[in-house]
Design a protein around this ligand. Structure first.
Ligand code: ADP
Length: 180
């Protein structure tokens, strides 16, 4: 696991499963517009949370690219799920700005809910086709820029699914921490 601190917020990078982060106050869902179950992260989160999550999500849908909403975590071992709709790469534009908005909005919602530890997957890098190196650069830059405004969030964990995604985020973290 890699660590770096930005303005009192610890950023951690690890390989793992977003549904297996019991010490996270919130896990972030790489959601679809309808906030339903599906493949990838959304499928894993809804399966682990159980049908109560879809029931709570239904009246909150649809959401637009770059937006996020917060719900309970139901059967997951967390307090909340924050559902972000990332951009479909090459279709929802400007994709970098919409992806940054996901991270910014999720962190604001977590802070407003007085949460400490927030775990993110690599939003948009699966079915939505965002190249992982580019997405990682946007994600780390956005977290670093948001950090000074966070009062409650103390740890932002990126839970990457494979070594390639971890490597991309490690490179992006090194770039951003070199700038800071
Ligand atoms: P999107 O539709 O936003 O692209 P996906 O769920 O298809 O979202 O994938 C986002 C990223 O999350 C991909 O890099 C994928 O490999 C990864 N991923 C899939 N399942 C999990 C999981 N259970 N935990 C963490 N990451 C996951």
């Amino acid at each position: 696991m890699s660590h770096h601190e930005f303005s009192g917020v610890t950023v951690e990078l690890t390989v793992g499963d977003i549904t297996a982060q019991p010490d996270a106050d919130a896990v972030v869902n790489a959601a679809n517009a309808q906030l339903r179950t599906g493949g990838g992260v959304a499928g894993a989160i809804h399966r682990a949370a159980g049908p109560g999550l879809a029931d709570e999500c239904a009246p909150l849908a649809p959401i637009s690219p770059g937006q996020a909403v917060i719900t309970g975590a139901h059967g997951l071992p967390n307090r909340h799920v924050i559902h972000c709709l990332g951009p479909v790469y090459g279709s929802d534009e400007p994709s970098a700005e919409l992806l940054a908005s996901c991270y910014r909005t999720a962190l604001r919602l977590a802070d407003e809910a007085d949460l400490g530890v927030v775990a993110f997957p690599a939003i948009s890098t699966g079915v939505f086709g965002y190249p992982v190196r580019d997405a990682a650069a946007v994600a780390l830059r956005t977290v670093a820029r948001a950090a000074p405004d966070l009062t409650s969030v103390s740890t932002v964990r990126f839970v990457l699914f494979d070594q390639r995604a971890l490597d991309a985020h490690q490179a992006a973290l090194a770039d951003v921490s070199g700038d800071a």
